[in-house]
Design a binder for this molecule. Structure first.
Ligand code: PLP
Length: 423
């Protein structure tokens, strides 16, 4: 990074930069900060909808939005309205999606340790698919499912593929807590065991090799392995999971959802996947990441010998990704988006933790100082959904902007909210 002005390619689709302001969905970021306070997640509804539509059109019916990347009722409804199923990984996610009005038959349930209660609810409401992860789960399924209380499932398998990404978000290799290994024979044994349970229908296999993946090679290899593995099973679905990488900084380049889907379709043909098998995926990050920016207010600027620290009113509680994975982000000053970014600072949060760093080397205009509104783009995925109350910091509000209007979809947490569990 350098003294260049901020590159607008990192903004949501409707982002417009003028001399002294940035608008998203036709709404000024400065006005949003003034109305709703900071920190604030601002999502562009047009970007969310268009990414969902891309996924719905390039994959077959049953393609899902991975809600762990960002979940609230409004988001679940957007994904559902645009033709996607919703993938959930816990009883809590399942509950929220059901409360949002999405029908159970559009929900896909994941999880590597589903409790009896979670499984019971899945059967009771009739989820679209349960993705079975382990042999203990199969035993629980055996106790719950009958021809009168049936279950449609996929079997989560590990194809033995090493995705090129951070080890914490790599899941396709043999040494993982997720799924049944193809190579060891466990996946085959799981399919047979499930098929013996009256009321259980096995529709196919599912693999998720990792997240923030920029190359299609790992997916191509996975498709080839799974196509071969299921050749004689008569399945009607194959789900390749999520994981498509997104550009967080201007120097990164990522495939679009459409390009990814088309590459996977080619790979499926190459792997001679039977034409009737629905090719499915579960993108999360690539649907929501670029749709949002986070607005912060600068509260303190400290010059020490080695560098300048600029502290904002959020931090690792609303964006843990830099701390967890060393992820890079960029920043811009909402009032001076076109100014050369000549000031190098370490953008830090307000938490009582030295590691509470949002951007190790952020470039901002000379004008940026105390009370400036600083935005970090591409924060729509795994920010709010991984947010915590560390240091009893309330979670930010979330607004959706669209056609010149803002609507708050999640209000800011209050100290009363934080105290509600005290007994
Ligand atoms: C099973 C499964 N599907 C889909 C996803 C979504 O991945 P991404 O948000 O990288 O697209 C994940 C992420 O962890 C996952 O575990």
């Amino acid at each position: 990074m350098s003294a260049e002005p901020f590159r607008t390619s990192l903004l949501p689709d409707t982002g417009v930069v003028s001399e002294g302001d940035v608008t998203i969905g036709g709404v000024s970021l400065r006005d949003l900060a003034a109305t709703y306070g900071t920190p604030l997640f601002v999502y562009d509804e047009a970007t969310l909808r268009s990414r969902c539509r891309e996924a719905a059109s390039v994959f077959d019916d049953g393609v899902a939005f991975a809600s762990k990347s960002f979940l609230c009722g409004a988001m679940a409804r957007v994904a559902f309205e645009e033709g996607l199923c919703i993938d959930v990984a816990t009883g809590g996610e399942l509950d929220l999606v059901l409360r949002s009005g999405v029908p159970a038959n559009r929900i896909i349930m994941h999880g590597n340790n589903k409790s009896h209660d979670e499984l019971e609810r899945c059967v009771a409401v009739g989820v679209h698919r349960l993705v079975v992860d382990n042999f203990d789960e199969i035993e629980r399924v055996r106790q719950l499912v009958t021809p009168d209380a049936p279950l449609n499932c996929l079997v989560r398998v590990t194809p033995g593929v090493e995705a090129h990404t951070h080890e914490y978000i790599r899941t396709g290799q043999e040494d993982t807590k997720f799924g049944f290994s193809v190579a060891s024979g466990d996946a085959r044994r799981a399919i047979s065991a499930l098929r013996e349970i009256p009321g259980v229908s096995v529709h196919g296999v599912h693999a998720h090799i990792g997240s923030q993946i920029f190359e299609v090679a790992g997916y191509v290899e996975t498709l080839s392995i799974l196509s071969e593995f299921t050749r004689d099973d008569g399945f009607d679905e194959l789900c390749i999971g999520g994981g498509l990488g997104v550009a967080y900084v201007a120097s990164e380049e990522a495939l679009s959802v459409t390009q990814w889907g088309e590459a996977l379709r080619d790979a499926a043909r190459e792997a001679r996947l039977a034409p009737h098998v629905r090719l499915l995926a579960e993108p999360g990050r690539s649907i929501v990441a670029q749709a949002a920016v986070t607005l912060y207010r600068v509260g303190a600027v400290k010059h020490v010998t080695q560098r300048t620290y600029m502290a904002v009113d959020g931090g690792m509680s609303d964006n843990p990704r830099p701390v967890l994975y060393g992820s890079g982000y960029e920043a811009f000053d909402v009032d001076h988006p076109r100014a050369p970014r000549v000031q190098k600072v370490r953008l830090v949060g307000k938490h009582c933790e030295s590691g509470d760093v949002l951007i190790d080397e952020a470039w901002l205009p000379a004008e940026t100082t105390v009370d400036s509104i600083v935005a970090t783009p591409v924060t729509g995925a795994y920010g709010y959904s991984m947010a915590s109350n560390y240091n009893r910091v309330p979670r930010p509000a979330v607004v959706f902007v669209h056609n010149g209007e803002a609507r708050q979809v999640l209000r800011r947490e209050t100290f009363d909210d934080l105290a509600r569990l005290e007994v």
